[in-house]
Design a protein around this ligand. Structure first.
Ligand code: SF4
Length: 738
């Protein structure tokens, strides 16, 4: 029996796990009591690690479509097929004829984070899409415009705050999102035990709301109005107090001017929160010794996602709670931190909209286009039409809006390649599928998520099992070779040497870097004999703010505690002014769109929202028996008053129709949802033919994205509107047999 300490790769919480193995068998998965961040906590999803390891549906060999069927093939054969099909398309129609979709699991994948950009650069397409634009992109846009980089997202200092206001997030179930914080139940409980307060604003009375001091229902899509009304209250009552932030802020007067008129009374009609309650929320936020406003997916995947995300940090600034203990703080990660140190708080800021989508003209953000326009880029003929698609660990047919249109569009592609562990609803359309190693066969380090952690830590997990497949980074480099015109048998070691040499060359040329001016060749030699992602990670750790090495992390299998957050202003800022831009011009210009909502007549239509579930994060998890057993969880939550009015019954079925689609779902009555709102969880709908996920098929559920309208996006980020979708509901009567 062997014991391994691993970071769980399944969600943003990065819990430490203790994995017992015998040979290639996983005996047990437990929480690692000594993990520096999670201290033994784990959620039910962690047990999926064993079931994923054992899953007979997981792909272990490439598949190639022959005579309409996906059949097993060798790796050379698969890459030769990719080269044969993809290279002529690139030559004839150009690089933008190939679109790429990057799925959410890439954020947890060291090889994907380090080598994904390599093959994407080699491909050079502007048609890059990802799960970010059905998720957190609005927050990254607002943070970029305010603080200067896409990664400068402040996180609530949950462990020291006195007051936490949560909007559109369910951290008891998610364990944090854009906030890496395992055991949020314990962390929220401790806020209350030390005399603090937790307030939740959400159209659902979530598990987090039940564990809070207060919960307020809010109409989906109106969070920005509530937050603007809270700003107005602070101004009217003389409660704006920037404290030490005062010297670091540009645009205070502009913010206060552009939000004039968003009174609590005017917001109340739209939000469904009484004006007096809004004022009280603002006063309590201002009066708390320390406080943080935290908002997540419900505030992002809506019409005013960027405005809501911006207003969260406007409130954190106006109450003096940004960058202070117990407020909203900026983590300092050991590696991968683009805003770590050096330039004394100045930079170039972010540039958005460097190109636009061909059909609708939606703007690029951080190198990608909104996935809401992927289908039209494929199915609209003309110069620049997308003719091939590469998906990496993604299932956009399930996870992106107007799913049926995207599915139809994908069927018309000239070529599709998928890098994936399953034949899922999207990859079933592929011409070639390249399998990826399971998590236990690869090294793990959360490059992205430690930049959002509630406490600074670093934790590296070596592979538990020797890989039975080629390493993922080798697959990505081989793909880079194909799209760069080197054919299917590129020299991977030479390419990898080029990757580290490029990284080292850039670092020694960076002002303020600890290795500035040194010989990059010498630095690379110091990393011997490491190769691949471990070599890159080692280099990034050595040149990071703590000067760690991978050797050191390997000596600490439970992780290294790098301490609580410290104030980081102005050093972390990368705006051109070197100040917090409280009133970015793009955002201020969008405020008038929000103002128009104050006048909007409510038409009484029902609206649909999603919901996060403890045993689910990505659609692929539905193929793990431990995570889908028990009662049907893909149900339509309806308030009893709405059900009585609409003739719906608990346990019955409803037809739910939107502007773009119609589905049927089982009805579950609950007073935990706001009247006028219904909810279906995302990620379901596994009954399509050709999908090779046999457990998921038994628990198919319905795809809520068949109802999401791809034409509805947040104006500034292009993020899809997945919450607040107008729907009609009618009961489905059981057929009566003759
Ligand atoms: S909370 Fe997330 S990281 Fe922690 S055990 Fe569950 S799935 Fe894994």
């Amino acid at each position: 029996m062997a014991v391994h300490y691993r970071t769980c790769p399944f969600c943003e919480a990065t819990c430490g796990l203790e994995v017992e193995t015998q040979g290639r068998e996983v005996i047990s998965v437990r929480g690692d009591e000594d993990d520096v961040l999670s201290r033994g906590f784990l959620c039910p999803k962690a047990h999926g690690l064993k079931q994923l390891h054992e899953d007979p549906d997981r792909l272990t060999t490439p598949l190639i479509r022959r005579d309409g069927e996906l059949v097993e093939a060798g790796w050379d054969e698969a890459f030769e097929e990719i080269d044969r099909r993809l290279s002529p398309l690139l030559a004839e129609h150009g690089k933008n004829s190939v679109a790429v979709y990057i799925g959410n699991p890439n954020a947890h994948n060291l090889s994907a984070l380090l080598y994904g950009p390599v093959w994407l650069r080699a491909l050079g397409t502007q048609n890059v899409y990802s799960a970010s634009t059905v998720d957190q992109m609005p927050k990254q846009v607002s943070a970029g415009l305010m603080f200067g980089t896409m990664l400068s997202v402040p996180v609530p200092d949950v462990d020291r705050t006195d007051h936490l206001l949560i909007l559109g997030a369910n951290p008891l179930v998610s364990n944090g999102s854009l906030l890496t914080a395992p055991d949020m139940r314990g962390r929220l409980r401790r806020i209350r035990e030390r005399g603090g307060k937790v307030v939740v604003v959400d159209p659902r009375r979530t598990r987090t709301a039940e564990a809070a001091d207060e919960h307020h229902f809010i109409r989906p899509g109106t969070d920005a109005l509530l937050l603007a009304a809270m700003v107005c209250t602070l101004v009217d009552e003389g409660l704006v107090e920037l404290g030490p932030l005062a010297g670091h802020v540009n645009g205070l007067d502009e913010v206060l001017a552009c939000l004039t008129g968003f009174t609590p009374e005017r917001a109340a009609a739209a939000c469904g929160i009484e004006a007096d309650e809004t004022r009280r929320l603002a006063r309590e936020l201002a009066a708390a010794p320390s406080a943080a406003v935290y908002a997540r997916i419900g505030t992002c995947t809506q019409e005013f996602g960027t405005l809501a995300s911006w207003l969260v940090d406007v409130l954190n600034v106006l109450t003096g709670n940004l960058d202070r203990e117990g407020g909203a703080m900026f983590p300092l990660a050991a590696a991968g931190q683009k805003n770590a140190s050096g330039a004394g708080g100045k930079g170039r800021g972010v540039r958005l909209g460097r190109w636009h989508s061909r059909v609708r003209g939606l703007a690029e953000t951080y190198g990608e286009l909104p996935v809401a326009c992927l289908a039209e880029e494929i199915d609209t003929p003309g110069e620049g039409q997308v003719r091939a698609l590469i998906t990496v660990a993604g299932n956009p047919v399930i996870s992106t809006p107007h799913a049926q249109r995207l599915e139809d569009a994908i069927e018309g592609l000239d070529f599709m390649l998928a890098v994936d562990i399953y034949v899922n609803e999207t990859t079933r359309h592929a011409d070639v599928i390249l399998p990826a190693p399971e998590p236990l066969e690869k090294a793990h380090y959360d490059l992205a998520l430690y930049q959002l952690a509630v406490h600074n830590v670093a934790n590296y997990s070596p592979p538990v099992f020797e890989g039975e497949l080629p390493a993922e980074w080798e697959t990505f480099l081989r793909l880079a070779g194909v799209v760069a015109g080197q054919g299917p048998h590129a020299d991977l070691q030479a390419l990898d040497d080029l990757v580290i040499a490029t990284l080292a060359g850039r670092e020694v040329a960076t002002e303020g870097s600890p290795v500035a001016g040194r010989d990059p060749g010498e630095l690379v030699a110091e990393l011997e004999p490491r190769r691949g992602p471990e070599r890159l990670l080692d280099f990034m750790l050595r040149t990071g703010p703590y000067g760690l090495t991978l050797d050191e992390l390997e000596r600490h299998p439970h992780g290294v505690d790098l301490g609580p957050h410290k104030p980081r202003l102005p050093d972390l800022l990368r705006t051109a002014s070197g100040k917090i831009e409280l009133a970015p011009a793009e955002i201020v210009a969008d405020v008038e769109r929000l103002r128009a909502v104050l006048e909007r007549e409510r038409n009484g239509a029902m609206v649909l929202i999603g919901r996060r579930q403890l045993r689910s994060n990505n659609s692929w998890m539905h193929n793990l028996p431990a995570l889908v057993k028990g009662r049907d969880r893909c149900t339509l939550h309806v308030h009893p008053d709405d059900a009585a009015r609409l003739g719906l019954e608990d346990g019955g079925r409803a037809e739910v129709s939107s502007a773009v689609g119609s589905i049927e779902a089982p009805v579950e009555l609950t007073d935990g949802i706001m009247p006028g709102v219904v909810s279906i969880p995302h990620g379901w709908g596994h009954d399509a033919s050709g999908v090779r996920m046999n457990v998921a098929r038994e628990h198919a559920g319905v795809n809520s994205n068949l109802l999401a309208d791809e034409t509805k996006v947040d104006a500034l980020s292009g993020n899809a509107v997945l919450n607040g979708i107008p729907v009609e509901l009618i009961p489905v009567r059981a057929a009566v047999s003759a």
